[in-house]
Design a protein around this ligand. Sequence first.
Ligand code: NAD
Length: 373
Amino acid sequence: MREKFGYWMPVHICYEEGISKKMTRFIKGERVFVISDPFLYENGLAESVGNSLEGKQVSYFSHIEPNPSCESVDEAAALAREAGADCVIGLGGGSSMDVAKMVACLVSNEGSVYDYYSGGTKELKGRDTMLICIPTTAGTGSEVTNVGVFTNRKKGVKMPMVHDLFWPDYAMIDPSLTYTLPPAVTASTGMDAFCHAIEAYWNKESVPVCDMLSLGAMKLILENIKRAYEEPKDQMARGAMLTASLIAGISFSQTRTTGIHALSFPLTTEFGASHGTACAVTLPAFVRLSQGQEGEKMRALAAYLGYGSVEELAQALEELMADMGLPTRLSQIGVKKEDLAHIASVGLSAAIINLTPAEMNEKSVHALLESIL
Ligand code: NAD
């Protein structure tokens, strides 16, 4: 048990089937700016959320790409300023929600995202614009974190930014929005949520409150992910997965993530893997590694999840991923032996890698990557 810990999670959470179309009473101000991605705009979801906001002036930005670039953030921010947005809604997966966080800040802070992120020299001074996040994937937990992840195209890197102004005012959790998720996205985003939970649990900065949340989230995911994958409209499974990703988000919002997420950055930007896939592929290897410094805690986790040993848990995760068509080897996403040193060095440049419960250096990370090539 840790000698000292804190807990601060200021997001107001509303969970209800259909809540995304009943939000008028929560919104302060008249002008609402809805940020989503092309799929969610074209399938009518963004407009149906906007149309339900009686008496509000609603405008839309729908060009968010996966692993959103700073250029998309700036484009959206220019339109949000022009619209005089009082409230920014991030509707979508982590990509749309993360952009909404920065855009809500940029409405009342001048300049570009580059001024504030990844070597920028300005400080965000405050946020006058309300921020509401509505997840449509059950994965990132971004709706309850103070993290935004953006791709810096100038440097060719993807990095997280943490800021207290990024805590949304409201997280609106509506499981019905996830019924359209295709199986492959259900699988990869669901495993991303599992990674959040386990990375908070074994984290060097773990928090007892979050350990309990993580245990619950991991169990819910293992009990429901296959059902959500096979039966996209199963209400119980979808609700459980969205609850689990929310809980895992709360958990890692306190601890941050670890090596899995650090290594996912080059795997997405340079090898094109989706965020969840890039995380899941190294999960079993990190589970095995975590036995070194966190043996007792990991054995307790394996037992809680119904496995006889940590190795059994690692094997079960590999089988689950393979059953859902996710890669379990780096070569399946195009990584070659000669790429490993570079992936290790980019991963090691992310500060979160130092929260892994193991010595992380070029040699140990290279060996871990080689074990799953
Ligand atoms: P995403 O937002 O990039 O969306 C992936 C795909 O799923 C898109 O094509 C989108 O159109 C589609 N999609 C979304 N909802 C859908 C639905 N209901 N039905 C059908 N298709 C749907 O994916 P993501 O995995 O949710 O987010 C990944 C991003 O979030 C990455 O950039 C990652 O780094 C970031 N992230 C942020 C945090 C955080 O705390 N801020 C945490 C983890 C990850």
